[in-house]
Design a protein around this ligand. Structure first.
Ligand SMILES: [Zn+2]
Length: 315
């Protein structure tokens, strides 16, 4: 089976050629349906060979419950706004342990700061779900937030905060920061989606793409059992090189790349390997979780983490 090949065109780098094929199973819900994926010989990106016609069935109603629940609207108190401004604009950012804690607990300050955004920046979250991340940002002082998601069950239209059931293409206006958190790998035409995002970007704006990374340490360790392959919902899982080439082909340049893989990548892949699905798994051993968290952090520092953070700008 591992010798099977097929002629495919890479959605990431555009290479057309003979891809090595392998089969991987739906294990998030434990349905165990098998799907064929191809690996691009040019850039190492992974791509489903054929998008299943019944793909929407793989997003059942409880899929969204996997995301954090929406936080109630709450305006940021003055002290929190002052701290936020300091975190975003200080020339002397916190060092060491404090920075590390802040990065993990409030990663949006780091993303916004890296993108050159203040609290007034126009920020768009594409595929925002129920808007949980935007609500958290609002509570910390961000005041120009928009979210779109064609499947969201929750819409909102408040001053400085909007969540709409819509596609990116139907959004009006331009933004300083457009975020796609683990969204691009689900889209049928990722290049077109990035081009659309680019068309909505202010001149000095940034696109933030967070996405699983093929060729990472966890992928190499677990192969078809790798949690972040997530068949058949992930249609394209690019390598770092694949993602940078995809950005280039979409009229974007890669400004910065970081890695933010977490212990879940290891823990779930271990489970999948033993035929234990994501849902219905036993509670994780805390020691084991700490062990894998350390491994994930080390991999991130070596640029080997299995989740990438790509900051993109117009060329
Ligand atoms: Zn490729």
């Amino acid at each position: 089976m591992s010798d099977a090949t097929a002629t495919m065109t890479c959605q990431a780098c555009g290479h057309e050629g003979t891809f090595r094929l392998f089969r991987a199973r739906e294990m998030l819900f434990g349905w165990r349906h098998s799907f064929q994926y191809g690996e691009c010989p040019q850039c190492g990106s992974l791509q489903i060979q054929q998008i299943p016609q019944n793909l929407p069935e793989y997003y059942p109603a409880d899929y969204y419950s996997l995301k954090p629940p929406p936080v109630r609207s709450k305006q940021a108190p003055a002290g929190r706004v002052a701290l936020a401004n300091w975190l975003l604009h200080s020339r002397f950012p916190l060092a060491g342990w404090a920075t590390w804690r802040l990065r993990w607990k409030y990663p949006f300050f780091h993303w916004a700061r890296t993108a050159g955004c203040g609290l007034d920046a126009r920020i768009l979250d594409v595929g925002c779900g129920t808007g949980g991340l935007l609500r958290r940002m609002q509570r910390h002082g961000f005041r120009n937030l928009t979210g779109v998601d064609p499947y969201t069950s929750l819409e909102a239209d408040e001053p400085g905060f909007r969540v709409r059931r819509a596609e990116l293409g139907s959004v009006e206006g331009r933004f300083d920061l457009i975020m796609l958190h683990h969204v691009l790998e689900h889209l049928v035409d990722p290049r077109r989606s990035l081009e659309e995002a680019r068309a909505h970007l202010n001149p000095n704006g940034r696109i933030l793409v967070r996405i699983p990374v093929a060729g990472s340490e966890t992928h190499r360790l677990y192969g078809a059992d790798w949690f972040n392959l997530d068949p058949p919902r992930h249609l394209l899982v690019p390598s770092r090189r694949g993602m940078e080439t995809l950005a280039d082909r979409s009229g974007l340049r890669t400004v910065r790349v970081e890695f933010d893989g977490i212990e879940t990548g290891f823990l779930m892949s271990e489970g999948y390997r033993r035929d234990v699905p994501y849902t219905g798994r036993p509670e994780d051993d805390r020691k084991l979780r700490r062990h894998y968290r350390r491994l994930a952090e080390q991999a991130n520092r070596r640029c080997e983490g299995d989740q990438g953070v790509f900051f993109l700008a117009s060329k």
